[in-house]
Ligand binder design. Structure first.
Ligand SMILES: NC(=O)c1ccc[n+]([C@@H]2O[C@H](COP(=O)([O-])OP(=O)(O)OC[C@H]3O[C@@H](n4cnc5c(N)ncnc54)[C@H](OP(=O)(O)O)[C@@H]3O)[C@@H](O)[C@H]2O)c1
Length: 341
């Protein structure tokens, strides 16, 4: 059994990690952290889980003693110090925040306002389907953001194929409110969100540099992302729509390209022509559904994808990365059907 800790266990991604890890056959949950609920039990905070495990404040030495691998499900900037400390002690770390996502620390500093230094650790951007080999060798995995997961998986086959000659990707994405975490802000209160769709951080969202980093690698040259995120009145789910101009390939050829690219992937499903995905098809699961359409009149290719932001967009992908890191079957603990309707 691998001894696993979850730091930030009471947040939405932490709760989702606990849900997935409790049913993982090779995992023993040995440390759960919370600042606000320290010394209470997990089921005091979430009675529906019936999980009477004690919550502790973050104690680095106790964590190093009790765990082999730790998930840090903390706000950006909060994980860096503890993750580096634990990695120095030989633990594997999977961070769900942004502190280990960037190849260039200056980009992190520009967007997150904090200086970081990876100190020679083997860190990797943990988009499992694209970076498996590096994840196997990593000390610290920077688990991707939710929007970037939905966009990078959907764009990867076309960008890697060389079929797209342009360099600016236009993306609009709609997200459920759990994407903002459990701590409530006025913008996320029921009366502000219900029966409304609201763009926010237009062309200024912190996920833009992350998408640009990974999409540029796939394309083999720099690419820009024009990004409009929108908040919609649902709890979970992301729908991303990507617009690419000037691709000559037919829709049938693109469907074949995508089918081949993801043919061995358990969690990524390419839909047949004319079938468009719904966020309801992924709720609670680690699945990604992708569909492709062509507007022949304007020569625009449209790629659509859906994920559950808390599963493939966060904790599900983090467990998938743990499975890769520890050489377990990648599906272990993740063979969960979506909850529909
Ligand atoms: N929500 C998503 O869909 C999503 C998707 C991908 C990635 N992420 C990333 O995952 C991370 C966690 O997100 P979340 O949505 O789970 O957030 P959340 O619901 O707000 O939970 C945050 C957790 O971190 C703990 N925490 C907050 N400040 C802390 C501090 N200074 N020291 C120690 N613990 C602290 C909280 O503990 P207490 O309240 O118990 O004290 C809570 O358990 C973030 O970096 C987020 O960007 C989120």
């Amino acid at each position: 059994m691998v001894r696993v800790g979850v730091l930030g266990a009471t947040g939405y991604t932490g709760l989702e990690l606990v849900r997935l890890l409790k049913r993982h056959p090779y995992v023993e949950l040995t440390y759960l952290s919370s600042q606000s609920f320290a010394d209470k039990t997990f089921s005091d905070v979430y009675p529906h889980t019936k999980f009477d495990r004690r919550l502790n404040r973050i104690d680095p030495d106790e964590i190093a003693d009790k765990c082999d691998l730790v998930f840090t499900a903390l706000p950006a900037g909060t994980s860096y110090e503890i993750a580096v400390y634990l990695a120095e002690k030989g633990l594997k770390v999977i961070d769900l925040g942004a502190d280990f996502r960037f190849d260039d620390p200056e980009i992190y500093e520009t967007w997150y306002g904090q200086r970081i230094d990876y100190k020679g650790f083997r860190r990797v951007y943990g988009l499992t389907e694209l970076h498996r080999d590096e994840i196997r060798k990593a000390d610290i995995v920077g688990n991707p953001g939710c929007y970037p997961t939905s966009v990078i998986i959907a764009a990867a086959p076309i960008l890697k194929s060389g079929l797209w000659r342009d360099s600016t990707l236009i993306v609009d994405s709609k997200s459920g409110v759990s994407g903002a975490g459990r701590s409530s802000k006025l913008d996320h209160s029921f009366s502000e969100v219900n029966e409304a769709v609201k763009p926010y951080k237009v062309a200024d969202h912190r996920h833009v540099p992350e998408m640009e980093q990974e999409l540029s690698k796939l394309l083999g040259r720099p690419t820009n992302v024009v990004f409009t995120p929108q908040l919609v009145p649902m709890t979970r789910g992301i729908l991303s729509c990507i617009y690419l101009s000037g691709i000559e390939a037919s829709l049938d050829d693109l469907l074949t390209l995508y089918g081949d690219f993801y043919k061995n992937e358990e969690f990524v499903h390419v839909l047949p022509k004319g079938v468009y995905p719904s966020t309801k098809w992924v709720t609670g699961s680690n699945y990604v559904f992708i569909s492709i359409a062509k507007d022949e009149r304007t020569k625009t290719t449209i790629v659509l994808s859906v994920i559950d932001n808390l599963v493939k967009g966060a904790s599900g992908q983090a467990v998938q990365n743990m499975n890769v890191l520890l050489r377990f079957d990648e599906k272990t603990g993740l063979d969960i059907e979506p909850l529909f309707p």
